[in-house]
Unconditional design. Structure first.
Length: 406
């Protein structure tokens, strides 16, 4: 690798950053000189969160106390914030509610989907490489509903769906490899087989195009602490397609999803619309931190986001190819744009040690067992220069006989 080529890449990074329409959005985040490529695990802190939370704590909680459920709009925050997420996942208002963890929402969505299916549809398909929580919960959902689970590679779910399939639970992006699955195609194939499609959007929403309404998705869930930057443990969201809402039979019918929560009736009557996905008292501090975090999207043209994601990952792959010692890393993230998430996963010997050495050099990605280095690219704040610096540091670590070598 010549110094000329390295300089050329560094110059290109500077040019790309200068021309980036999302470049100024980075200033809305608390970031420093390190290269943060772990936003696919925990998004960076938006600067507006702290003052908002300070006000929520000191004024809304500290002074208004109980009055804030009404006067500060706490009670309706789950739907209101759901409607703020809706445009990022291609949903019209009134179909998204925020609350509980992703795992809990996977449970609600999958059980409700199976309850919509006829009894003779006896199986639930699950993407075989799923994030583990989805698989565990699908097994429990199957036991509770008297169905069985069949694990099928995500790319084969469309072909596997048949007359016995009640629903399929699929990850939009594989968390380990960064592979983006064909949401419109798989959803259409499931529908052709008479089954429902439940998607986990944790690794796509906020970075990639998602068009739930247009693609006919039945139910979907996603977290808000990755590309939506809601903070550690921020609540997840649940999308229930409007046409399905009257049939959404929640397996967790808490008092918050009752048609008249303060009627305190012994019998359960479900609320109409998105609130039917609620369970108990909303986690107000986390919800309102997320609300403030979503302000970073003001003025952002949503199509700019996936366009930058692909340009960033293309550029990172090019830099790794040019700078890293030959044969030491291999991308397991697809090269095809239509199959690529907003991360690059590199298979690498001694990956854990290599990532440790990168973090020590100020390049923060993460490691997934047994041998994957993950680098997440958040289009709202990752710079092309970050991609270049990460590839440069990786090349240095791999070339250093004292570091990251098996
Ligand atoms: C694809 C996917 N689904 C589910 C989860 C788990 O979500 P939670 O911990 O919010 O329940 C994660 C967490 O990273 C994930 O990546």
């Amino acid at each position: 690798m010549s110094d000329v080529r390295a300089r050329d890449l560094a110059e290109r990074a500077a040019d790309l950053d200068a021309a980036d329409p999302l470049g100024p959005v980075r200033h809305r985040f608390a970031l420093d000189d390190s290269v943060y490529l772990d936003g696919n695990s925990l998004g960076a802190l938006p600067l507006g969160v702290l003052p908002r939370l300070s006000d929520v704590v000191t004024h809304e909680w500290g002074q208004l106390r109980i009055r804030s459920w009404d006067e500060s709009g706490w009670w309706t925050a789950p739907e209101r914030i759901g409607d703020r997420i809706a445009p990022l996942i291609g949903a019209a208002p009134g179909q998204v509610v925020v609350g509980d963890s992703t795992s809990v929402n996977v449970f609600k969505a999958l059980v409700a989907a199976v309850r919509m299916a006829p009894e003779d549809r006896t199986e639930i398909l699950v993407d075989a490489a799923t994030f583990p929580t989805d698989g565990y919960i699908a097994s429990s959902a199957a036991r509770l509903t008297g169905r069985t689970v069949r694990a099928v590679p995500a790319g084969e779910i469309a072909a596997a769906a048949g007359e016995r399939t009640a629903a399929a639970l699929v990850n939009h992006v594989d968390y380990r490899t960064g592979r983006l699955h064909d949401l419109p195609g798989v959803t259409a194939a499931l529908h052709a087989a008479g089954a429902l499609a439940v998607w986990d959007l944790c690794h796509s929403a906020g970075a990639l195009p998602v068009a739930l309404d247009e693609d006919g998705v039945d139910l979907a869930v996603g977290c808000t602490y990755k590309y939506l930057n809601g903070g550690p443990g921020s609540p997840a969201y649940l999308y229930v397609r409007r046409a399905h809402q009257p049939r959404f039979d929640s397996p967790l019918p808490g008092w918050n999803s009752h048609a008249d929560p303060f009627g305190m009736e012994p019998a359960y009557t479900p609320a109409e619309g998105a609130p039917r996905g609620r369970v108990g008292t909303p986690e107000i501090l986390s919800l309102l931190a997320l609300d403030a975090a979503l302000d970073v999207w003001h003025g952002v043209s949503v199509p700019d986001v996936p366009a930058k994601s692909l340009r960033l990952t293309d550029f990172f792959l090019e830099c790794v190819d040019a700078l890293a010692p030959a044969g030491r890393v291999e991308s397991v993230t697809p090269a095809a744009h239509a199959e690529r998430g907003s991360q690059v996963s590199l298979r690498c010997a001694a990956a854990e040690e290599v990532m440790g050495a990168l973090i020590a050099r100020g390049v923060v990605g993460d490691f997934r067992r047994p041998d994957v280095l993950r680098f997440g690219f958040t289009p709202l704040y990752t710079r092309y220069a970050d991609a270049w610096r990460a590839a440069r540091a990786l090349a240095d670590v791999l070339a250093d006989p004292n570091e990251g070598n098996p």
